[in-house]
Write a protein that binds this ligand. Structure first.
Ligand SMILES: [Zn+2]
Length: 230
């Protein structure tokens, strides 16, 4: 987990370029979509690091039950392991983005590495789902001067997020739901996780358990759920 304190420390140590590297919505290293361009009560649920055989089916079940579209930033390595789950994400009408292949932080990787990682992620997704992703989200949102341009060259718009609720720390489904609902604003892109970028058996069931509450509460406050498009 990257705490704000550590990010601030690293940023201070590195100087100018660090803002673009460590702030996922920074425009310094190329344009990133960090919120929906709307003042309407629209919210986009996004799920990173999947698929996983533990949480992805439960997340999909919850979304289907409430007829909510979402966006999944799939990790190539996990797509190869569970192609049927990636296919189910596509079959159920959700938007699919690329989260790369290895899930190593891209900030200190050279252009060749970045290009290969984005391309491998793309290939895995295309192979499993038939969908060619037009969106890319960097692991942890960390970028460098070439991540966004390379993604664009490969036909993918770089996407950040507005609100993270630290669901990966597994604070309990009720805490995840409360953070998501309390801090949601019109145009929020909400970052959630249906997988673990490092441990394929990482457990994200709390996120799945939080979903019905998040959906019901946001709907009762007048929010509409939208999938992302590039
Ligand atoms: Zn990730």
């Amino acid at each position: 987990m990257i705490t704000p304190f550590i990010v601030a420390g690293v940023a201070a140590a590195l100087g100018g370029g660090a803002h673009g590297a460590f702030y996922r919505n920074s425009q310094l290293f190329g344009r990133t979509l960090g919120r929906l361009p709307t003042t309407e009560k629209h919210v986009a649920l996004t799920f990173d690091d999947g698929p996983s055989e533990i949480a992805t089916p439960r997340v999909l079940d919850a979304l289907r039950r409430d007829n909510v579209p979402a966006t999944f930033f799939l990790l190539g390595r996990h797509v190869e392991r569970w192609p049927h789950l990636a296919r189910r994400v596509a079959d159920e009408g959700h938007a699919i983005g690329n989260h790369g292949y290895h899930h190593r932080k891209l900030t200190f990787r050279g252009p060749a590495y970045v290009r290969v990682d984005i391309a491998l992620g793309t290939d895995a997704i295309v192979q499993a789902t038939g969908v060619r992703p037009s969106m890319f989200r960097a692991p942890h949102g960390f970028r460098s001067p070439w991540v966004t341009p390379i993604a664009r060259e490969l036909g993918q718009r770089t996407i950040g997020w507005t609100l993270g609720v630290w669901d990966s720390d597994r604070p309990g489904a009720d805490v995840i739901a409360r953070r998501a609902v309390d801090d949601c604003r019109p145009g929020t892109i909400l970052l959630l996780h249906d997988g673990d970028g490092y441990d394929p058996s990482g457990d994200r069931t709390q996120t799945a358990e939080a979903l019905p509450t998040i959906i019901a509460e946001l709907r009762s406050r007048g929010y509409r759920f939208v999938g992302l498009t590039a």
